[in-house]
Write a protein that binds this ligand. Structure first.
Ligand SMILES: [Zn+2]
Length: 149
């Protein structure tokens, strides 16, 4: 996929991350796109808001998309490298591509996904890095809870 498309889709995930931050949550956002480029679902991490540690950004976007006949050709866009749980979701449902905003503040399962044939587009977006750096600096305990440290 071209970089302009990746940035355009990532912008939606960043909007979600900022919405989560404004709610007092962890600023990670995601969006699921169909093979034809249709936005199927979007969401953000709601660990704090819902008191639910399983409501990750990718999970929220996936659930918002509802049932899909097939996930072939779909793209999961996320502001941060996906954790093992969300990487598992990508493989479980056969999502073909993952656009990763950044993998500097957290290195999740995207290498493993690539090894298993998932197309990984690492944008390395400075705005995504800044968002997470600021959050981690201001909320170290909450961040450590989220990543299970
Ligand atoms: Zn996750």
């Amino acid at each position: 996929m071209d970089q302009a498309q990746a940035h355009q889709w990532l912008a939606i995930a960043v909007e979600e991350a900022r919405a989560g931050l404004a709610e007092g949550g962890i600023p990670i956002g995601a969006a699921l796109y169909g093979a034809d480029g249709t936005l199927l679902g979007r969401g953000h991490n709601r660990r704090v808001q819902d008191d639910d540690p399983s409501m990750h950004a990718e999970t929220a976007a996936f659930r918002a998309a509802g049932r899909q006949r097939s996930y072939r050709g779909t793209t999961m866009v996320t502001t941060l490298s996906p954790c093992w749980y969300c990487s598992g979701l990508v493989r479980q449902f056969g999502i073909g591509r993952v656009v990763v905003g950044e993998a500097t503040t957290f290195h999740g399962g995207h290498d493993w996904l690539a090894e298993h044939g998932v197309d990984i587009v690492l944008v390395d977006d400075p705005a995504c890095v800044r968002l997470m750096r600021d959050f981690i600096e201001n909320n170290p305990a909450l961040w450590n809870e989220d990543i299970g440290d």
